[in-house]
Ligand binder design. Structure first.
Ligand SMILES: O=C(CO)[C@@H](O)[C@H](O)COP(=O)(O)O
Ligand SMILES: [Co+2]
Length: 219
């Protein structure tokens, strides 16, 4: 199933609830929540109070992307805010296996994110534990960046790695994803697309529909 996960980092925070409803009504199945701590990535974004507040806006999947150092400290807390999926960066975890177990013990789906330069081998021993792999298609920390082309080869290599192991796990791509490159990333093997500036710059409903139109080509 092809899924759009709009990143609210690019939304107008003066009308966040309204914009979430707009993109959901136009077809978004997930809402992507970029939590940044100013340590693992340069920017600080938002945390638990924002997620708790917007949880009542929609029953769609809250797809929490933790760009924070040592995320094991906060798994239970983010699970309590209403996260449905918690994705942590392999690069930010001293004990990645333990953090994955913490996420699952909290009753939440587990995702692991890899920065562009991080090899797929970082997933070798934990891949079959996961519900989703997030392949960063930009260096994390900011919205509005350009997709890094070599990351698409990483997506297709990961899809091939999964096939070899008889696994069919969601692959999320995050950063610089547009309706104009959505076909290419889907053909590479991604099925969950994060759209930040591509969804929330301008007409949210029309931008969301542009992704839905691409998805319809694969039905
Ligand atoms: O995690 C991140 C950035 O670190 C992403 O989720 C961005 O927020 C996506 O924004 P666009 O590149 O789609 O504008
Ligand atoms: Co993200």
């Amino acid at each position: 199933m092809l899924i759009l996960s709009p990143s609210i980092l690019a939304a107008d925070f003066t009308k966040l609830g309204e914009q979430i409803k707009e993109t959901v009504e136009a077809g978004a199945e997930y809402i992507h929540l970029d939590v940044m701590d100013g340590m693992f990535v340069p920017q600080i974004s938002f945390g638990m109070p924002v997620i708790e507040t917007i949880r009542s806006c929609t029953d769609k999947v809250f797809d929490v992307h933790l760009m924070i150092q040592d995320p094991g400290r906060y798994i239970e807390t983010f699970a309590k805010t209403g996260a449905d999926i918690i994705t942590v960066h392999a690069e930010a975890c001293t004990h990645l296996d333990r953090v994955i177990q913490q996420i699952k013990a909290a009753g939440v789906k587990a995702g692991v994110a890899l920065n562009p330069a991080t090899p797929l081998s970082a997933l070798d021993y934990v891949l079959d534990e996961l519900d989703m792999v997030l392949i960063m298609t930009v260096n994390p920390g900011f919205g509005g960046q350009k997709l890094i082309p070599y990351c698409l080869k990483k997506v297709s290599d990961l899809r091939a790695m999964m096939k070899e192991r008889g696994l069919d796990i969601d692959i999320q791509v995050d950063g610089g994803i547009k309706a104009s490159n959505a076909k290419e990333v889907i053909e590479a093997g991604a099925n969950v697309l994060v759209g930040g500036s591509a969804v929330f710059s301008g007409d949210v409903a029309a931008n969301t529909k542009a992704f839905m139109d691409v998805f319809a080509e694969f039905e």
